[in-house]
Design a protein around this ligand. Structure first.
Ligand SMILES: Cc1cc2nc3c(=O)[nH]c(=O)nc-3n(C[C@H](O)[C@H](O)[C@H](O)COP(=O)(O)O)c2cc1C
Length: 216
């Protein structure tokens, strides 16, 4: 493994002296690569919604809980409500599906990240295929190789400021995994082809991997 030989001095920053936009850049440039939850949800009237969220991880395996963070839209970033449709839908209906994003449909995923009004159905915008879920109303994304039907467990409203956000925790009620990827509960990363988000418009592939055993 290559050791870093960059001994240039550290630049220390106090977040309270910086703009939220610059702090956002520091965070998304440092916490990399981030997996992407492609979240389908529905409003109370049944309008479908689909949006990617890279502030996403696992909170517990027992019970299985995943979490992601819809942020508060920045001031003047659009004429849309400051809270994302996904968050408002989940507050209203308490259900969502997390679909894992593979490189094959990355561009369609990206199309769903456009700042679109609540009445727009991103399945139609992207051309992705809705697939009925078993236990929740929002459909799955048929193109995704791993889909998790979730019931809202808890929302932590962390900050209502622009670029603030909420932590949405959901219990996975059903996993759906493409059979060709699954062997003894292991998911083949070569076939999953998941992508991760870096800063800005940069993404990472998961095709360059290495092994390292944990000490006993
Ligand atoms: C790869 C990717 C990851 C994103 N991650 C987040 C995120 O973690 N939190 C967030 O608030 N917005 C994130 N966005 C932006 C949202 O997808 C975008 O605001 C979307 O329009 C929200 O949709 P909604 O209002 O229908 O919920 C991301 C966009 C992309 C392309």
């Amino acid at each position: 493994m290559n050791e870093s030989n960059d001994a240039s001095p550290m630049h220390t920053l106090n977040p309270s002296e910086q703009t939220p936009q610059d702090i956002y850049k520091l965070l998304v440039g440092s916490v990399v690569p981030r997996p992407i939850a492609f979240v389908s949800s529905m409003d109370a009237k049944g309008v479908r919604n689909l949006a990617p969220f890279s502030f996403f991880t696992v909170a517990s395996a027992n019970p299985p809980i995943v979490c992601f963070c819809p942020m508060v839209r920045g001031v003047g970033s659009s004429n849309l409500p400051s809270s994302k449709d996904t968050l408002r839908n989940i507050i209203a209906t308490r259900e969502f599906v997390v679909n894992i994003v593979s490189e094959e449909f990355a561009e369609k995923m990206n199309a769903c990240s456009a700042e679109l009004p609540p009445e727009v159905d991103e399945f139609e915008v992207s051309g992705l295929t809705p697939l009925a879920s078993e236990l929740v109303r929002p459909p799955r994304v048929a193109e995704s190789h791993v889909q998790m039907e979730c019931r809202l467990e808890q929302i932590v409203h962390v900050s209502a400021e622009p670029l603030g956000g909420s932590l949405v925790l959901g219990e996975v009620l059903r996993f759906h995994v493409r059979e060709s990827l699954l062997e003894n509960f292991r998911i083949d990363p070569e076939k999953l082809h998941a992508i991760g988000r870096m800063a800005g418009s940069t993404y990472a592939r998961t095709t360059d991997r290495f092994e390292m055993m944990r000490p006993k």
